[in-house]
Design a protein around this ligand. Structure first.
Ligand code: FRU
Length: 618
């Protein structure tokens, strides 16, 4: 028997650590609320279990410290007299057991330099897809793919936060935890107004994928009668299995289809999406499939969504929209969101221009976009601001993963085809804390507005109406005092609006190359950049998956003047042109906050009117 090490004198008498074969058994008398587990990110996962004697006890994967710790994660203990924690697969000689601490609290004060200030992130741990979003009784519920035991992907839970205005979020405990059936993958939630599932009028029902190596991906449901705070899993789960043994069959989105008085589910089935229908959310019948060989190819569909919108606001001309998230193989590499517009008759979705590829956002960090259910006429979406190419290695420790701003989707018609616009939801205006009115400028070469966004801690919004010359370039450069910059420009010759992040800050995300010291990283970065060829604007990978420029086609817009709305928040830049006809979301990692603005032109004069900089904060 091993006495707990002297690293934790105050609590040593409470912990007993014993090695039984390959299992480490930790017995804690009069346990505190948490056992704080030290994590070393580049190490392999060990398995940790809170042994309560129940068959529901679930092993969690934790990258326990072997010879150094990056941060701690809280592992909740039972309120009982003794808690038993078991660890499997801990490397011999690991210092994890010496570093563990007992505590009633877990400090979530931010320690990450790049943590956004007004975008949603969990308090600690890893986040990917938003899911299960639903509006009920004045609250927007945001659930999300969450790992509470480390800042890399793993242990999928549904994390949970609520908001009354889409911008101020209250963090709540995870709503659905990984269980013995597997990870709780993405899905959706509905308000069961007519008690079709038998859990009471207005119960919230979550429909999610259970993922495990032990079985195919299957769809399950859970219900909540306390306004989405806690969920009980249905004892008859799963409610749907793939009929053909597909391995990739996930991310169910459920909606009420009034014409047939039925629930419908759209679920991604590898390279197509499938529709199912049900009267009670428990028995599902196959209806049809859509998407094979369409849009972007080759593709792997994930997180599909399906909703109705009026064309140009005309409620007599309603269309159905299918959004799909695709990974990998997107326009700028890795993951992105595309969509199809068409008609649905309860049996089939038809889309006349399904061979076209329509992107919802032309950046590289816009994925797993899905919409809230139960929001009436409004279609509100949330996106995860990252890309699977590098999501696990961005320069964060305590906390990895942020959502884009909440967006409102609308349909418009252009040259006989239908397109989705994706604009920042008007609720975002509540973040404006101060406004600098910078008037109008006619720019022949450059107009330097040094310090125009100073003292804003890298969290601001720029608005302007830009009229480029007929064949020229008109741009806005956002920079810090370390010569790092993100450039957003209209190139009229090739009809593109471009966001160039090749010199935006840290861009070198080799495996395990995430710098701990940003000043050192800065030197390394300059050295690398000096060796690079000149910037390119064609969205071809530059020197790795991160350092590139992304672009959107200006033929989606009308007229010769473009309204730009640019949101900067420490480590992200979101651009909305003409109310979101072009949206573009990219991560950036400047080593000092951006604070300067420069307007520039090439090939002729450009007008910049109504220029404003808003300081943004919660
Ligand atoms: C999309 C995705 C989903 C899956 C989830 C797992 O990013 O791969 O298909 O449900 O993430 O976390």
């Amino acid at each position: 028997m091993l006495a707990a090490a002297s690293a934790m004198p105050a609590t040593a008498q409470k912990m007993n650590i014993e090695q039984r074969g390959d299992t480490t058994v930790i017995k804690i008398d009069n346990p505190t609320k948490y056992l704080l587990l030290p994590v070393q990110e580049e190490k392999d996962e060990a398995q940790v279990l809170l042994d309560t004697g129940s068959k529901e006890d679930t092993w969690m994967d934790v990258r326990l410290a072997q010879n150094g710790a990056d941060y701690y994660v809280p592992f909740a203990l039972t309120g009982k007299k003794t808690s038993t924690v078991k660890i499997l697969g801990l490397k011999k000689g690991s210092i994890a057991v010496n570093l563990m601490k007992l505590s009633d609290t877990f400090d979530t004060t931010n320690t990450d330099y790049y943590r956004p200030s007004y975008h949603f992130t969990p308090l600690y741990g890893w986040m990917n897809d938003p899911n299960g979003m639903v509006y009920k009784d004045g609250e927007y519920h945001l659930y999300f793919q969450y790992n509470p035991y480390g800042s890399k992907w793993g242990n999928m839970h549904w994390g949970h936060a609520v908001s009354r205005d889409l911008v101020h979020w209250e963090h709540l405990d995870p709503a659905i935890a990984r269980d013995t059936m597997g990870h709780i993958f993405s899905g959706s939630s509905v308000v069961d107004r007519n008690n079709t599932a038998g859990y009471g009028k207005n119960a919230i029902i979550a429909i999610y994928t259970n993922n495990s190596v032990a079985h195919d991906e299957v769809q399950c449901i859970a219900y909540s009668t306390d306004n989405g705070r806690t969920f009980t899993k249905y004892e008859g789960n799963p409610v749907l299995r793939p009929f053909d043994g597909l391995k990739d069959f996930r991310d169910p989105k459920v909606f009420w289809y009034e014409k047939n008085k039925s629930w419908y589910m759209i679920v991604s089935a590898d390279k197509e999406t499938r529709f199912y229908k049900s009267k009670n959310l428990k028995q599902w019948t196959y209806v049809s499939a859509f998407g094979k060989g369409m849009g972007q190819q080759p593709c792997q569909y994930e997180c599909p969504d399906f909703f109705q919108l009026p064309v140009n606001g005309d409620k007599k001309n309603m269309k159905w929209v299918m959004t799909m998230n695709i990974n990998p193989g997107c326009i700028f590499g890795g993951s992105a969101t595309e969509y199809f517009v068409g008609d649905f008759d309860g049996k089939k979705f038809t889309c006349p221009d399904a061979q076209d590829v329509k992107w919802l956002d032309y950046g590289k960090d816009h994925y797993a976009t899905v919409t809230f259910s139960n929001t009436g006429d409004r279609v509100l979406a949330i996106t995860w601001m990252s890309n699977w190419e590098y999501a696990n290695i961005t320069p964060f420790k305590q906390n990895r993963g942020a959502n884009g701003l909440p967006r409102e989707l609308k349909l418009y018609e252009k040259d006989g085809k239908y397109y989705l616009s994706e604009d920042a939801a008007p609720e975002v205006k509540a973040l404006r804390k101060a406004t600098h009115d910078l008037g109008n400028e006619t720019v022949e070469d450059t107009k330097d507005m040094k310090g125009a966004a100073a003292n804003m801690d890298g969290a601001f919004e720029i608005e302007a109406d830009v009229t480029p010359s007929a064949n020229g370039i008109a741009g806005i450069e956002i920079s810090n005092n370390k010569r790092e910059r993100t450039m957003i420009y209209f190139n009229m010759k090739n009809g593109k609006v471009v966001m160039d992040r090749t010199e935006s800050g840290l861009t070198d995300f080799g495996k395990n190359s995430v710098p701990h010291d940003i000043e050192l990283a800065w030197d390394k970065q300059r050295e690398l950049q000096a060796k690079q060829p000149a910037r390119i604007e064609n969205a071809i990978n530059y020197k790795n998956d991160f350092a590139l420029a992304t672009w959107g086609p200006l033929n989606l817009c009308e007229g010769k003047t473009y309204h730009v709305d640019i949101f900067v928040d420490k480590s992200s830049v979101e651009l909305f042109v003409d109310g979101g006809r072009i949206a573009m979301t990219n991560l950036v990692f400047p080593v000092a906050p951006y604070e300067n603005i420069k307007l520039y032109t090439k090939g002729g004069k450009a007008e910049f009117s109504n220029i404003k900089v808003h300081k943004l904060a919660l």
